[in-house]
Structure formats: structure tokens, C-alpha cells
Design a protein around this ligand. Sequence first.
Ligand code: ATP
Ligand code: PRP
Ligand code: MG
Length: 224
Amino acid sequence: MNGSNSGANSQLILALSKGRIFDDTLPLLEAAGITVKDNPETSRKLILATNDPNVRVIIVRATDVPTYVQYGAADFGVAGKDVLLEHGGEGLYQPIDLNIAACRMAVAVQAGFDYATAVRQGARLRVATKFVETAREHFAAKGVHVDLIKLYGSMELAPLVGLSDAIVDVVSTGNTLRANNLVEVEHIMEISSRLVVNQAALKLKRERLQPIIEAFERASKNQG
Ligand code: ATP
Ligand code: PRP
Ligand code: MG
């Protein structure tokens, strides 16, 4: 797994998504002596320069970070455990939990829906989610029969309009669930974001990557 980025061994490309991952990774980069020169919220640029001419940041969708790193188009990246579980982790080395973008994966239903009874009676449940692999595994382990409906966002809407009985989504403050009259009925797992490194880059660019990984590791211990 080594893409077009393989020639220049001193060049490093870091894949980040806009928003919380970019914002929470900035202090870790600073700890490694790297300052990003553009702000993805105001610039339309997708390749961002840093104070180090050998380090650039690319801005991709959160779910695409593992793909860029897997194929070596980026040497390393930051992605949520939720996203990594859906991707499968092929071609990725995952050295550290950065303790950023912390949330939990949960099952939620509309307030008033008797989830426990439905499960006990062996009802077949319709579950809407972006996280079909995680949801499939969770319900299979419990022996609950489900029809999974793949969505790409606004999962909280699905039970309100009769698309599904339940959702599997990430929850942090619980504000989105409350605002939509939903309640959490099952905790699936804690989620945080991880550093992922292309396996070939780790070998070929170890000298450049290792100090950054170590700086991230030290700085991330003070997070969360
Ligand atoms: P996209 O907008 O491209 O669909 P996304 O919604 O997954 O992607 P973000 O909202 O930036 O992108 O989420 C990035 C990561 O942050 C997620 O993979 C998850 O691990 C974590 N996350 C998501 N929502 C929250 C939240 N409310 N609080 C804390 N962390 C969160
Ligand atoms: C995420 C997630 C939930 C919400 C949960 O949405 O998809 O809807 O956060 O957080 P809460 O429990 O604190 O309300 P996000 O803010 O990423 O918006 P998005 O729909 O643009 O992904
Ligand atoms: Mg989001």
C-alpha cells in the first residue's frame, strides 16, 4: 500500500477532517512544533501548508480519513473509533488513542417506545444508522434480529417519521437526543479519536514520523 506520495521520503501528509477533529488536533500538532497556516473553516483550500515545508495537512471527510491513509495518499491521519470500526482498519497502524472527540455509541428510541419489551418478545427491529458494521455486531451479539437501514446523517429523525424503531448513533451531551424526544436505551461503547499511520510510511518514513507520534502521545495524555 503505497501511493503517489511515496517518492519524496521527507514529505509528510496528515489527513484531518474539518470541525472537531481538526480543532482538537491543532494543539497536538503545536506540541510537535507544527503550526497549520490556513484555517479550513474560512479557506476553500484542501491542502494546507504548515510552518514545516515538509509537512502538509489535507482536509477530507471524516469517513474518508482511513481510506486516504490506507492507500498511502496520506501518511497519517486522525479518525474516530466509530469510523475506524466501519472501515475495518486494513493497511492501518493504530499506535495511539488521542483522547479527543470523546463520545459514546448508543442505541436510542423515541420516548415511550418500550424497547426492552420489544427485545424480550423477539420483535424484529428496524434500526437506522450510519454505523452498520458496529450495529450489526452489537445486535448479533445480543441475539436481536434487526433490519439495518443505512443513513448518512440526521439519524435522530428516523424514529420520528417512522423510518425506524431505533437508531445507533454517537452521543455526547445528549442534547440532540433530548431535542428530538429520543432516549438512550443501550450503551454500545466509548468512542475517541485515534492516530492512524500508513503501514508502509511507518517503515519508510519512521525517522520523520516517530517524533511526531511521540509528541502526540505526550500531549494527548493531557486531553479529555
Ligand atoms: P461528516 O460530517 O463528514 O458526515 P462526521 O459527522 O462523522 O462526518 P464529525 O462530526 O466531525 O464528522 O465527527 C468526527 C468524529 O468525532 C466522529 O467520527 C466521532 O468519533 C466524533 N464525534 C462525533 N460527534 C461527536 C460529538 N457530538 N461529540 C464528540 N465527538 C463526536
Ligand atoms: C453529532 C452526532 C449527534 C450529535 C450528538 O452530530 O451525529 O447528532 O453530535 O452530540 P450531543 O449528544 O452532544 O448532542 P454533529 O454535531 O457532528 O453534527 P453533524 O450532524 O453535522 O454530524
Ligand atoms: Mg458529525
